[in-house]
Design a protein around this ligand. Structure first.
Ligand SMILES: O=C(O)c1cc(=O)[nH]c(=O)n1[C@@H]1O[C@H](COP(=O)(O)O)[C@@H](O)[C@H]1O
Length: 234
């Protein structure tokens, strides 16, 4: 069993490039995360191709719809044998319950709480009255827990607090930028669209089960060296 917590986010438009990158760093990651960009472009075929590498596949589809539709989508992806699938906690309790009931065997269902690209002003703009990412993430984590999900997706700023309330939860943390890369400004390590970031090591120490890392590896001048350097900090 592979205990490396890093899932490489393959947010790349071309299937051959995504596959080549995953093969290059395969010995230094624990799994592969395929998200909306990849799935919309390459669908089931693309997932089958990436499965050939032999690492667990995290399907980050961020499902958010009425319960019946989400349950149908979950059933439609059984054949892809994902290790993890995401839904949005804001879809509500019934949607999360039905998503979990429809999930395949050995598939963890985790709920996205507050996207790492959002801050308090963004929450206020969409009518979240607390306008506090921390409080909102804790609230949605509690809802996901009570709906029977395996865990949540949250930023490294919240994972410690959620972990102390939900001891056996499964916590996926994106929005990661290696401290060293941030200091020397190397390619892929800028914040970009992310607003709530921490380093992979900080997230792990705070209780993250999975570390989602994309651009710090995929946009690095030397992705293999970047993946190795991140692994060495954990
Ligand atoms: O569900 C996710 O994985 C996710 C949730 C979230 O709040 N923020 C977030 O960045 N992600 C995903 O994590 C990855 C982060 O990519 P990088 O910023 O390039 O490391 C992307 O694939 C996002 O879709």
């Amino acid at each position: 069993m592979n205990h490396n917590p890093v899932y490489l986010a393959l947010d790349l438009p071309r299937l051959d490039a995504a596959e080549a990158l995953a093969r290059k760093v395969a010995g230094h990651i624990g799994g592969i995360k395929l998200g909306l960009e990849f799935f919309c472009a390459h669908g089931h075929h693309g997932v089958h191709e990436l499965h050939k590498i032999g690492l667990p596949i995290f399907l980050d589809l961020k499902l958010h719809d009425i319960p019946n539709t989400v349950a149908g989508a979950m059933q439609a992806i059984h054949v892809l044998q994902p290790s993890i699938v995401t839904v949005h906690a804001a879809g509500g309790r019934a949607m999360m319950e039905d998503a979990k009931a429809a999930a395949g065997e050995n598939c963890k269902v985790v709920a996205v709480t507050v996207l790492t690209s959002l801050d308090g002003d963004d929450l206020a703009a969409i009518g979240v009255s607390a306008a506090d990412p921390h409080a909102q993430a804790l609230r949605l984590a509690e809802l996901a827990h009570s709906a029977g999900l395996d865990g949540i997706v949250c930023s490294g700023h919240e994972v410690g607090a959620v972990h102390s309330q939900w001891k056996d939860g499964y916590f996926v943390v994106p929005g990661l930028r290696p401290a060293e890369g941030r200091a020397n400004g190397s390619a892929g390590n800028g914040k970009g669209d992310q607003k709530r970031i921490v380093s992979p090591r900080e997230a792990r120490d705070a209780g993250a089960s999975v570390l989602v890392i994309g651009r710090p590896i995929s946009r690095a001048e030397d992705p293999l060296a970047a993946a190795r350097a991140i692994e060495a900090t954990l």
